[in-house]
Design a protein around this ligand. Sequence first.
Ligand SMILES: Nc1ncnc2c1ncn2[C@@H]1O[C@H](COP(=O)(O)OP(=O)(O)OP(=O)(O)O)[C@@H](O)[C@H]1O
Ligand code: SF4
Ligand SMILES: [Mg+2]
Length: 348
Amino acid sequence: MSVFLNIDNVSRLFGPNLSTGEKIAAKLGGNVETRAVRAVSEVSLTVRRGETLGLVGESGCGKSTLGRLIAGILPPTSGSILLDGTPVMVDGRKVTTRVQTVFQDPFASLDPRMKVGDTVSEGPIAHGLTTKSDAQGYVANWFERVGLDPVWVDRYPHQFSGGQRQRVAIARALAMQPDVLICDEPVASLDVSIQAQIINLFLELTCDLDLTCVFISHDLSLIRHVSDRVAVMYLGRIVELGPVDQVFAASAHPYTAALFGSVPKLVLDADELVHFDTIEGEVPSPLSPPPGCYYHPRCPCATDICATTQPETQTVSELRAVACHHFKAVLADKDPDLTSASTSVSAR
Ligand SMILES: Nc1ncnc2c1ncn2[C@@H]1O[C@H](COP(=O)(O)OP(=O)(O)OP(=O)(O)O)[C@@H](O)[C@H]1O
Ligand code: SF4
Ligand SMILES: [Mg+2]
C-alpha cells in the first residue's frame, strides 16, 4: 500500500482563548492564563491508501484536534497535511472534498431544520457531484447504501433514532465521494446493540468503497476490531504507532501498556468484589506539560534521562515506531526478536 496521507510535523496550539474550565484551572495553577494549549505537538505519521488507522488515548490528548486537522476543518499552527501530495488546506481554508468526517453526535452535526435528503444532497450539488434534477436518485442510492429507506428523505433528524441519524451522517459524508473518512467516536453516543450495526456498516462500506480511514475511539476493543494500525496519543504526541495486532500483543511504550491494561477488567475475587485496573496519576495539563518525556511523572519505567530529555521516535520494525528511551527493555520480555531490529529513524 502506498503512502496516501502525509502528516508532517504538525502542531496545533490553542489560546489564550481557553474554555471556562481551563481558565479556572489556569488561575488555580498560577499565572499561566496566557499560555497556549498544545493540543497536538509535532505529530508526523503517514496513512496508506485503503488503511484504517485507529487513534487512541485518554480524554484531552488531542485525538479530535488531530482528526479535525487532517479533515482540513482546523488549520495547523505549523506543519503540513498532504493528501496524495496535495495540501488539504491553503491559507487556512479547506481546499479538498476528498476528506470527510463523521462525528460522535449525529444530532449535533445534522441541521435540525433541514430535511435529511437535502442535508445529504447539499454538498454533492454544490461540488458538481450531482445536479438538482438528479439529486433525488443520487440521495436514494446513498440512503440504500447505508441501510436507510429512501422514502425517508423528507423527514427531519428528530424523526430518526440515534442509529438512523448516524446512518444519515454517514450517507452525507459518503455522498461527497471522499477518499478519506475521519470518524471521531462515531458510535460512542449509541446503544451497544446499535453500535455493532453501525460498525459493521462502516467495515462493509470502507471495504467496498476502498476508503482510507482515521478512526478515533476510546474503545480499545473497537479500535482493535476496525484498525489496521493504531496510533497511541499522549498529551498531543504520538507515543506509539504500529500494526494493531503487534501493538496489542506486545506494546513497546509503557503508556500503551498501561492504557491497554487500564481497560476496566472485571475481576471477581472470592468475595465477589470488582476491581478495576487504572493508570496511576493524573494526566498533566497541556498548558504546562512536564519537561523531558511527557509521561515520566506517571511512568513506572522512568529514569533520570526521562525527566530531562524528550525521547525521539524510533523504528521498532517495519510500520512500527515508538517514542520511549527504554522501549527495548519494555519489549524485551514481550518480544525479544523486535528489540534487535530497532534503529533511530522515524518509522512514520
Ligand atoms: N477550540 C479549542 N480551544 C481551546 N482549547 C481547545 C480547543 N479544542 C481543544 N482544546 C484543547 O486541546 C486539548 C485536546 O483536545 P481534544 O478535543 O483534541 O482531545 P480528545 O483527545 O479528542 O479528547 P476526548 O477524548 O475527550 O474527546 C484539550 O486540552 C482541549 O481542552
Ligand atoms: S521515555 Fe522514560 S518516562 Fe517516557 S515512557 Fe519511556 S521509560 Fe517512561
Ligand atoms: Mg475528542
